[in-house]
Design a protein around this ligand. Structure first.
Ligand SMILES: [Zn+2]
Length: 308
């Protein structure tokens, strides 16, 4: 059986390895295109609702505060590099921390979310304008100076379609920021089916720098730069992937941090996972820093622009 690549259309795709979902225990295949290197989850469930646990992104106050500050610092870096103000669209804006920071820098902003429920915090607490629905819900004549796809593109069933739509919504010279896990990272290569950031089936598409560049170019966008620094996702990716390889319940550390009721921090497994994590976090951080310096980090943040 051959499944066409969603990025380059090639029929030369093949099963690579399997990976279990930590929510349901179901196993999914990781397929790869031999022409462009794009990876994809197969089969792709018709609806992903049951694969999102209630505790998804349910962090405690300290972890949430840290994530929030890192995201805001990142957003400040993006807009300051542009050196002007304008209009920004954040696709999959979540709680809206990136958008509130961009708004604070003098920009006009709008977010896009999948459901009314997932848009509630950004709308009601952050007072952000958030459109609920697919990207097609955006007016065709809307034009943006900055579009953000932060940890969002990998969740979408048709990433090529999304990027092409972004290309149309950008003003000439406008920027697109895409942050996704890096399938070509040391971490992904080492952990394979045990990799924390594979996160099947919630992640449907898995990019390498080469396949993302190809996708951006097909969408009429020009690759500008890539950055691999991710304090919040990279070291924890090494630790949890190592625990997965050692036979702990899948993604144990992340699930403890996110309050998965099936994995209590006080249980025998929970205590063992936390003790090992405490030992591993320093070498994991050093390894992460080394991988950023060699451009093989677990998360890549790519900037592209629409040519004038
Ligand atoms: Zn391909």
């Amino acid at each position: 059986m051959n499944i066409a690549c969603r990025i380059c259309g090639s029929q030369r795709t093949a099963h690579w390895f399997d990976s279990p979902d930590h929510v349901t225990g179901e196993v999914f295949g990781l397929w790869r295109c031999e022409d462009c290197g794009f990876g994809f989850t197969w089969p792709q469930p018709r609806s992903l609702d049951r694969y999102y646990a209630d505790f998804y992104r349910d962090y405690d106050r300290a972890s949430a505060g840290l994530l929030q500050r890192l995201q805001q610092r990142r957003a400040r870096r993006w807009v300051r590099a542009l050196g002007h103000t304008g209009r920004c669209l954040d696709i999959g804006c979540g709680d809206g921390w990136i958008l509130t920071e961009i708004r604070r820098q003098g920009w006009r902003v709008v977010g896009l979310e999948r459901t009314v429920e997932s848009a509630r915090f950004a709308r009601e607490v952050q007072r952000l304008p958030v459109i609920v629905g697919p990207l097609e819900a955006m007016r065709d004549d809307a034009r943006f100076d900055l579009i953000v796809l932060h940890q969002a593109l990998e969740h979408l069933p048709d990433p090529m379609d999304t990027l092409q739509h972004c290309g149309r919504l950008l003003r000439p010279g406008g920027r697109l920021v895409v942050a996704v896990p890096n399938l070509d990272s040391w971490q992904a290569r080492w952990a394979r089916g045990h990799w924390l950031h594979l996160d099947v089936p919630r992640h449907l598409g898995h990019f390498s720098p080469a396949s993302l560049r190809r996708a951006l170019e097909r969408a009429g966008l020009s690759w500008e730069s890539a950055r691999y620094v991710s304090w919040e996702y990279d070291p924890v990716g090494w630790v949890d992937s190592a625990l997965n390889k050692l036979g702990f319940p899948m993604n144990a550390l992340l699930r403890i941090i996110q309050h998965d009721p099936r994995l209590r921090p006080g249980s025998v497994v929970g205590v063992a996972a936390l003790m090992l994590a405490a030992v591993l976090i320093l070498p994991a951080t050093l390894l992460a820093i080394l991988s950023w310096a060699t451009r093989r980090g677990a998360i890549m943040e790519v900037q592209a622009y629409r040519p004038r």
